[in-house]
Design a protein around this ligand. Structure first.
Ligand code: SF4
Ligand code: SF4
Ligand code: SF4
Length: 240
């Protein structure tokens, strides 16, 4: 058993001991990259699909084989090989924007599932590295190809000098891993809520505009009818 597997399994067990639902326990084991490679809109929808029997446990490339094994253990099922038709496991990465080339089109901002970009229209965009999950979703949308993905190791400052320190190092890594995932999960939820709210507000605006237009058309029609009636009266009076 390797350390990564133990960290992941620990996150699932922690969620179980906190009385979380099965979908939440599965979600705790998933990387929170929100990359959609599993064919679902994010880690939470994928965890719900596993519970509902609509997805296998081996569809998450960022979680890798360790993730599949940890899910199998959590669910008391035999493990499966990672299904690489969903993609290959890559090292952790963050996005970096080439400031000289960026044209501030904001397409990457719209594509990011955790709102990791800062910038606005026609202003050069930057990535907040600690919020970036390395999901890759911004790379294909950039029209000038100015986003690079570079490797990053959040555990770089946690050193294990000898085997006696294994437990302490393991705990530190697990705490850091959980903090990273909790942060990405919260940002993803906030992003989803913001999208929903924006959609609701846009729908309400369109609805109120349609009502206003309908009222104006009814008013115009009544006005037109009034004018026509007046003209008819004038015409009739001239005939007398
Ligand atoms: S990390 Fe990507 S592939 Fe894995 S569960 Fe989350 S959204 Fe799906
Ligand atoms: S900045 Fe790019 S790679 Fe990073 S989370 Fe956002 S969309 Fe994904
Ligand atoms: S998609 Fe590319 S060019 Fe457009 S704002 Fe993002 S980084 Fe800049």
């Amino acid at each position: 058993m390797n350390e990564n597997y133990l960290i992941l399994l620990g996150l699932g067990s922690e969620a179980k001991s906190e009385g979380k639902s099965l979908a939440e326990q599965i979600d705790a084991v998933l990387p929170q990259t929100q990359c959609t490679q599993c064919d679902f809109d994010g880690c939470k929808p994928y965890s719900e699909a596993i519970v509902g029997g609509e997805a296998e446990i081996n569809q998450c490339p960022p979680g890798g084989q360790d993730g599949v094994d940890a899910l199998a253990e959590l669910l008391g099922r035999p493990t499966l090989p990672l299904n690489e038709s969903h993609g290959k496991t890559k090292p952790r990465r963050v996005a970096v924007v080439d400031e000289e080339v960026c044209i501030g089109c904001t397409l990457c901002i719209k594509a990011c599932p955790v709102d990791a970009f800062v910038g606005s229209s026609k202003v050069m965009t930057q990535v907040i590295a600690k919020e970036c999950t390395g999901c890759d979703l911004c790379v294909p949308v950039c029209p000038v190809d100015c986003i690079d993905m570079i490797e990053s190791d959040p555990f770089a400052n946690i050193l294990q000098n000898n085997s006696a320190q294994f437990d302490s190092t393991h705990n530190q890594k697990q705490i850091l891993e959980r903090a990273i995932r909790d942060n990405s999960r919260e940002r993803y939820q906030f992003h989803q809520e913001r999208i929903e709210r924006d959609k609701r507000e846009r729908d309400e605006l369109l609805k109120s505009r349609a009502i206003a237009l309908k009222e104006k058309m009814a008013k115009d029609k009544a006005q037109k009818e009034k004018i026509e009636a007046a003209m008819l009266r004038v015409k009739n009076s001239k005939k007398k």
